[in-house]
Each structure stands twice: as C-alpha cells, then as structure tokens.
Design a protein around this ligand. Structure first.
Ligand code: NAG
Ligand code: NAG
Ligand code: NAG
Ligand code: NAG
Length: 416
C-alpha cells in the first residue's frame, strides 16, 4: 500500500510537465483576393478567421449523418445563445427539426447571409506548441455547424467555412479549452501580405519569433479590459479618446462610448462612424501639414483613391523602418494603455504611386447611431501586433512588434 503510494508520488514528481497541457498552434494565412485570413482546421478544410464569430461552421460532406444533439442539450443551447445577424430569432423551440435535433444558425461574415443546419461533431487537427516551434500533432474534439455550399460566397477560394473566435461557448477557443484543458484564451498574430504565415495559438503563450530567439513577446503585452456587450459575443474594448500626434481628436462627447469599439477580421481597414471619422481625418490632415511646416517632409496630396479620402504622393513622404513618417495615431484605452499606430499601421500604398490614410467611413450609418459601433478596428491595423484575447480574465493584451520582426517569423519547423 505504502509502496503504491510512493510510486504514485514518484511518478507525479517525475513528470510535472505532463500535467501542463500545451497550447495548440495553427498558421494563419492572408488571402490576397479578399484580405481575409484563414487557418487549417483539418485536412482539406481551411476556415476563415472571424474573431467576432460565435461558432465554427463548414460545409459538411453530402450524405453525412449529423450527430444527434437533442434540443435540450447544453451544446444546443450554447449554439443558440446569441441572435445571429441576418437570421430570425434562433432557438430550438421555435424551429424544431423533424427529428427533434438541434438547429444551428450560421452566418457568412462577409455577405451577411444566414443559413440553418445541423450541429455536428468534428475534429480540429493541429500541432501543440512550446511557444517557439510545433511539438506534436493533436486531434481536438470539436463541434461545428453544417452549412450549405452556397454560404461560401465571397469567402477566399478553397475555404470551406468559418472559424468563429468570439467569446461564446462554441467558438474555437472555448472548444480547444474544454477538450485540451488549456485556458480559454488565444494569441493572434496576423501577417501582412507577402510576409509569410502568421500564427494563432489557442491556450495562450509563450510566443517567440525567429528574429529574437528566447524573447517571449507575451511578456511585453499591455492590457485593457474586454467589454461584454449584451447579445453579442464579439470582442469589444473601451476607447476613451483618440489622439493624433499627441493631440486629442475633438470627437463629440460620448461618441466613442455610443455603440462601442469592436475588433473585426472581416473588415480590412478600420471603419469609423461619421461622427468619429470626420474629426479624425481632419485632425490627421492638419497634423501632417504641421509636420511639414515644422521641417518634416511636405506631403503632397493627390486625388483620393476609393475607399480612402486622404492620399499623398509617396515621393513626398519620408519612408522609414516604421513606415511612412506621418503623425502617430493612438487609441487611449481603458486601463491607461495606448494602442498606437505608426505609418506601417496607418498608411497603405495604392496604385499610381500614392499612399493613403488606411481608415474608411462606415456606410449606411448616421453619425451618433448607437446601433453601430463607433469604431470597427480592422485586420490591417492588427497586422504585426501580438494580440491576446483572454476570455477568462476578460482582457485584451497587445504588443506591436518591433520593426525588425513580423508575425510571419514564427518557426513552423518541428524537431524530433
Ligand atoms: C504539424 O507540424 C509539422 C511540422 O511543421 C507539419 O508538417 C504538420 O503539417 C503540422 N500539422 C498540422 C496538422 O498542422
Ligand atoms: C521548443 O522546442 C524546440 C525544439 O525542441 C526548442 O529548440 C526550443 O528551444 C523550445 N522552445 C521553448 C520556448 O522551450
Ligand atoms: C527553426 O527551429 C529549428 C528547430 O529548433 C531550428 O533548427 C532552426 O534553425 C529554426 N529556424 C530558424 C529560422 O530559426
Ligand atoms: C497615451 O497617449 C496620450 C496621447 O498621445 C499621451 O498623452 C499619454 O501619455 C499616453 N499614455 C501612455 C501610457 O503611453
């Protein structure tokens, strides 16, 4: 008896690491045609990353047999916990399938089209990671909704569905957390086009990149609370003010709080509601003129290239390691931290030798309309920024990578 106890004790001392499950890694690819990001889900299934999506969906094999989730199962309730845009009010009770199994609603984040389908068991096949390399392959139990092939319209060629990464119970981070016993959080490092694959790590850090071996970028993160919004599992943050080159942009009082500020990977360039957009663009144009007057390069405005408003001749801008030398934009977030954007994050090259301020005005929404967010932070402004979405601690961590490294610098080579 005592010997058994001793052996058990010895075993638990000998392999302390084995009780610590490793996070799960996937490469993240940017699609040049749509500027959407995809990740491999399992062999033959690439899914579009939707950080505001409530669940995972994909087209199911024709003739597949759906798993039987009765309406009353917790999994079915989780699938229907949030109203899906474009769909009628979800819920098994109102829309009972003939056999009494669960109906799930799926939404194409680009077209906004909705469809209903069954809920199915599936597998997420990826690698575990120690934070700097893949370690070993894992097959993670998961649940996904089935959608018709027609729901794939406007998604990247070759993708077969959407991986929702919102704060909901059937989003991919929560599925990995419960199957792998890792924390319900994920790191996201979105790549810029042509800079290699970025990375998503479910369960958290560390995160190392090849340019600085041994440096864990999760140690550099600063945090702001994730704000819960009723009826919406997307990741919202609280922006207190916007500054251009240190000067506060005069947006109307409470404009930023009205509708809130959300992060989105389906939007490429950050969208601003009119009441925020107008003062912001004016402040940027003014600050750039001021920079020229104070001895900086004199930016020569050129005709706007849609959808942008402020465009400049690239020959009149100074190009630096951190992008064009333009006024720094910063979002002052709750918690006293700034999300600050240099030229690499604020300017985009367009055709004809011009570079434009990479922010656009929200269409079809009136100034101050709280049914729309004040700001939707898009993928372009998140590229080469390490983001940590932590649904347990309800906070967003972020760190803009230094100019000499990139999200595309993760080492996907496995050893041993
Ligand atoms: C796991 O990593 C290895 C080595 O990089 C790679 O060949 C393999 O495709 C990865 N597996 C998955 C499922 O991503
Ligand atoms: C991860 O594993 C690789 C391969 O064994 C090793 O070279 C690397 O140092 C490890 N990284 C960390 C952070 O432990
Ligand atoms: C990637 O990791 C492998 C295994 O640790 C190592 O041999 C290789 O040199 C690394 N590559 C880079 C570019 O650092
Ligand atoms: C954030 O930005 C504002 C405006 O540029 C600045 O006054 C403030 O000192 C910054 N705070 C931190 C913590 O960097």
């Amino acid at each position: 008896m005592a010997l058994v106890a001793l052996l058990v004790l010895a075993a638990s001392l000998a392999w302390p690491a084995s009780s610590q499950p490793l996070p799960v890694l996937v490469p993240v690819t940017k699609d040049p045609a749509t500027s959407l990001y995809t990740l491999p889900f399992h062999s033959g299934a690439n899914l579009v990353v939707d950080i505001a999506g409530p669940l995972v969906w994909s087209t199911c094999q024709p003739g597949h047999l759906p798993a039987k989730f009765p309406c009353t199962f917790p999994t079915c309730r989780l699938a229907n916990a949030y109203p899906v845009p474009g769909c009628h009010e979800p819920g098994c009770e109102q829309d009972r399938r003939k056999d009494g199994t669960c109906t799930a609603y799926t939404n194409n984040p680009v077209t906004g089209v909705c469809a209903s389908g069954s809920l199915d068991r599936t597998r997420f096949v990826a690698n575990t990671t120690n934070g700097s390399n893949p370690v070993s392959q894992v097959s993670v139990r998961a649940v996904a909704a089935c959608a018709p092939e027609t729901l794939l319209a406007s998604l990247p060629r070759g993708s077969t569905g959407v991986a929702g990464l919102a704060g909901s119970g059937l989003a991919l981070p929560a599925l990995v957390a419960s199957a792998q016993k890792v924390a319900n959080k994920f790191l996201l490092c979105l790549p810029r086009l042509g800079e290699g694959n970025g990375v998503a790590i479910f369960g958290g850090g560390p995160l190392q990149l090849t340019a600085q071996p041994g440096v864990d970028y999760t140690q550099e993160l600063v945090y702001t609370p994730l704000v819960a919004k009723q009826g919406n599992p997307a990741h919202y943050v609280s922006v207190e003010s916007i500054a251009v080159e240190g000067a506060r942009v005069p947006v109307p009082a409470r404009a930023l709080a009205t509708g809130g500020v959300v992060l989105s990977t389906k939007v490429h360039f950050t969208l601003l509601r009119r009441d925020v957009y107008r003062p912001f663009v004016d402040a940027f144009a003014k600050a750039l003129v001021q920079q020229g007057a104070q001895g900086g390069p004199v930016a020569r405005a050129v005709n706007p290239v849609a959808p942008f408003e402020l465009c400049y001749d690239t020959r009149s801008l100074a190009n630096t390691r951190t992008g064009y030398w333009v006024p720094r934009i910063s979002l002052a977030l709750e918690g006293g931290v700034n999300y600050s954007m240099n030229g690499l994050l604020s300017m985009v090259n367009v055709q004809g030798g011009a570079a434009c301020l990479a922010f656009t005005e929200m269409k079809g929404v009136k100034a101050g309309d709280g049914s729309a967010p004040a700001v939707i932070i898009g993928g372009f402004q998140m590229e080469n920024v390490v983001l940590e979405f932590d649904m347990e601690k309800k906070r967003l961590g972020f760190f803009r990578l230094p100019f000499f490294t990139r999200c595309g610098h993760f080492n996907f080579t496995r050893t041993g």
